[in-house]
Design a protein around this ligand. Structure first.
Ligand code: HEM
Length: 363
């Protein structure tokens, strides 16, 4: 081959590669109608719509914000946080918690995670997704079932996990604020982002903190992605809902409600108290901050230049537009506020006697 022939071939190869890239870029900017009828920004996302339906049916009882949806969100955190910006702690949001569950479920901080990995594994095996794509899709879909949640971003195309995450990457409720913030910083999150991620505890309950009372919620509205948990953690605690004080548990204000020591400490620590308090009755801000912090968390450790934005496969959550309220019998006088820089919102009180919060069914 002459030099000019080689040059011509190189130019042709470059032009072809360039036009393939250009086509891909155009495809990602236009609306594609999938064979199943839905519209998405990229044809590669079409395959996900039937998978979302299957996840809703097989995992979330047809689209409920129940125990499995809550646990799917927790699982995405425990998977993704196995990562350090300095390297050497795991592949992040790679689904390793599902594939290497025999290793990761031994870690103390993963107590109670076995139920959801057992539930998710058969569904994962039936779908043609990598473990990372599956775990983080299930979390986005499950969260969308909870009224008030933001519609989470979903990036598609994670490679299979290479190995299990390391132990001691998941914070524990017995950890100090310094240790929690240090761990979050090691994974790339600021204190503000850590509090934003803890909005998740508005749809959370504990099974193993006190095993005598499985499914004990962290706030009085566990089926709604509102800011109630930020309010209720700031109330003076007076009781333990179950078998006395357990490791990682502190006094709660309400019968049937469990308070984590870590939530209590973060809500009152000078480094995080104002972030915590500013969430109270600030639904829009909480949604935006949670959305952005989750978007970062769900691609930790991934090469994002290789992922496709398939956020439009995530169902649109029902809105929550009301002001939150103090639980019945509580008011401003029961607050323990350490952030003096911002005013506390005026909130009404639910009428009636102090409630007993019901456990989450199926826990
Ligand atoms: C300081 C950091 C955190 C600590 C110490 C912590 C601790 C805990 C604990 C102890 C439980 C109860 C486990 C049980 O007894 O069953 C729990 C539940 C939960 N956590 Fe966290 N968590 C943290 C951060 C997060 C983050 C960042 C997310 C998500 C983005 C998350 C989502 C959840 C959810 C959704 C549940 C409820 C699971 C269910 O109801 O089945 N947590 N957390």
């Amino acid at each position: 081959m002459t030099f000019s022939c080689i040059l011509a071939s190189l130019v042709l190869a470059f032009a072809t590669a360039h036009s393939v890239l250009a086509a891909a870029t155009t495809a990602s900017n236009r609306h594609v109608k999938c064979p199943t009828g839905q519209v998405t920004s990229n044809a590669a996302c079409c395959a996900l719509f039937p998978m979302v339906d299957k996840i809703q049916q097989d995992l979330f009882d047809g689209g409920e914000c129940g125990e499995e949806a809550h646990s799917a969100l927790r699982l995405s955190f425990h998977d993704a946080i196995g990562f350090s910006i300095h390297g050497g702690k795991g592949g992040g949001a790679d689904g390793s918690i599902l594939v290497f569950n025999s290793t990761e479920l031994q870690f103390h901080a993963n107590g109670g995670i076995d139920d959801i990995t057992a539930r998710q594994f058969p569904v994962f095996q039936e779908l043609n997704l990598t473990a990372g794509d599956f775990v983080h899709l299930a979390a986005a879909v499950g969260t969308a079932n909870c009224p008030g949640a933001p519609r989470l971003k979903y990036m598609f195309g994670r490679p299979p996990p290479k190995g299990p995450a390391h132990d001691l990457t998941v914070p524990e409720p017995t950890d100090s604020v310094t240790s929690i913030l240090t761990r979050f910083a090691d994974a790339g999150f600021s204190p503000k982002e850590a509090i934003a991620l803890l909005s998740s505890h508005t749809i959370a309950a504990a099974d193993v903190v006190d095993p005598t009372i499985p499914g004990t919620p962290f706030d009085s509205t566990v089926g709604t992605f509102d800011t109630q948990v930020f309010l209720e953690v700031l109330l003076k605690g007076s009781l333990f809902p179950g078998n006395g004080s357990q490791p990682g548990e502190v006094l709660s204000p309400l019968h049937g409600e469990l308070r984590l020591q870590s939530d209590f400490a973060l809500s009152r620590d000078p480094r995080t108290a104002c972030f915590w308090q500013s969430m109270v009755n600030n639904q829009k801000s909480m949604m935006n901050q949670f959305h952005d912090a989750m978007a970062k968390m769900q691609v930790l450790g991934q090469d994002t230049s290789r992922l496709i934005d398939c956020s439009d496969v995530v169902p649109v959550p029902k809105p929550f537009n009301q002001n939150i309220k103090f639980p019945a019998s509580f008011s401003k006088k029961d607050l323990q506020l350490t952030c003096k820089q911002i005013p506390f919102p005026n909130l009404a009180t639910v009428r009636g006697p102090a409630p007993t919060i019901a456990p989450v069914p199926g826990s």
